[in-house]
Design a protein around this ligand. Structure first.
Ligand SMILES: [Zn+2]
Ligand SMILES: [Zn+2]
Length: 139
């Protein structure tokens, strides 16, 4: 292989949006150490990664899987793009779908019942006391 990158015209991007799709080298930022002299992830995926570190967007993307166009929605909890049937319907919400995917919702509900049932009273009390102290110090 030619490390200088002259022989590469396209490379696979394993970023969150491409998932192994071949993209032209121009789609990647330059990186001397990278395959083909380019970074591992394409510019769009790098930008996407940067965005999701702050928060997970609730967005739709279209993608070709096995030559078929599918619409994917991002989950605001796990950040993964999943097909719309992985989201519960929610009228009035953006895209009429729950912002988070079914598996995140199930996990949240499970955790809620497991953790909160016993702790909620104690936690609430403690939170209230701590915040009262802080408020007093401010005054
Ligand atoms: Zn990419
Ligand atoms: Zn999720």
């Amino acid at each position: 292989m030619d490390a200088s990158g002259n022989k590469f015209k396209a490379k696979q991007c394993f970023g969150p949006l491409c998932n192994g799709i071949y993209r032209s080298l121009e789609s990647f930022h330059k990186n001397k150490k990278g395959l083909g002299g380019r970074k591992e992830k394409c510019i769009e995926c790098v930008r996407y990664d940067r965005g999701t570190k702050k928060r997970n967007d609730n967005i739709l993307i279209e993608k070709y899987i096995d030559g078929k166009k599918v619409t994917l929605k991002s989950c605001t909890v796990c950040g993964e793009f999943k097909e719309l049937n992985q989201y519960s319907n929610a009228k009035g919400q953006l895209y009429n779908k729950y912002p988070s995917c079914k598996s995140c919702e199930n996990k949240r509900l499970k955790d809620y019942y497991k953790d909160n049932k016993a702790k909620v009273n104690e936690k609430g009390k403690k939170y209230y006391q701590e915040n009262r102290e802080i408020d007093f110090r401010k005054i």
